[in-house]
Ligand binder design. Sequence first.
Ligand SMILES: NC(=O)c1ccc[n+]([C@@H]2O[C@H](COP(=O)([O-])OP(=O)(O)OC[C@H]3O[C@@H](n4cnc5c(N)ncnc54)[C@H](OP(=O)(O)O)[C@@H]3O)[C@@H](O)[C@H]2O)c1
Length: 178
Amino acid sequence: MSLPLVFIVAVAKNGVIGGDNQLLWRLSGDLKRFKALTMGKPMIMGRKTFESIGKPLPGRETIVVTRDNAWAFEGVHVAHDLERALALADEVGQRMGASEVTVVGGAEIYRQLLPRAARVEWTEVDLAPEGDARFEPLDPAQWQETAREVHARNPEGKDEADYAFVTYQRITNGCPPR
Ligand SMILES: NC(=O)c1ccc[n+]([C@@H]2O[C@H](COP(=O)([O-])OP(=O)(O)OC[C@H]3O[C@@H](n4cnc5c(N)ncnc54)[C@H](OP(=O)(O)O)[C@@H]3O)[C@@H](O)[C@H]2O)c1
């Protein structure tokens, strides 16, 4: 049986999630949450997002999606299409004893895999920067907000904005998405 697919994404008020293949804000609370949500699980990401991170993150299994048959990186699983990425993530996730598979971007990967996602862990970032990578709003007919945690930026200036952690569950009417 397939493990549920969970998106983890941080989105500015204008839908921007990145620019020039980089994140556009520093939010220490969000980095901590990202770590907590991904630890011990497989992470599917696009080749561009991987290049922007630069290395596999410890305690997680990284599955990079690329059409480039020559692409390789030590310690990283490679998939050349999304079906293979999902199958590989399931295999790896079962081996790790993970409860779910995470999808961590970027824009191209989110767009293509959204129909398969069961839950979205969305960080609302109270900024509206210019950027070339976007995440479209979720369709309220298909997604239900089930949790919201509001955070003010921390006073030591380690955060560049206020933010909120929001959980959306797919409204399945009994049919799992994958
Ligand atoms: N705010 C957030 O939460 C967040 C999270 C992650 C990323 N980001 C941002 O998002 C931006 C990157 O997003 P992006 O859309 O430009 O790139 P991306 O989704 O990370 O990667 C795109 C690449 O993935 C591969 N790919 C995509 N679809 C594929 C398919 N169906 N089969 C095989 N390979 C496929 C291709 O790699 P090849 O070109 O190698 O074939 C493609 O160029 C950056 O700015 C990053 O900082 C933000």
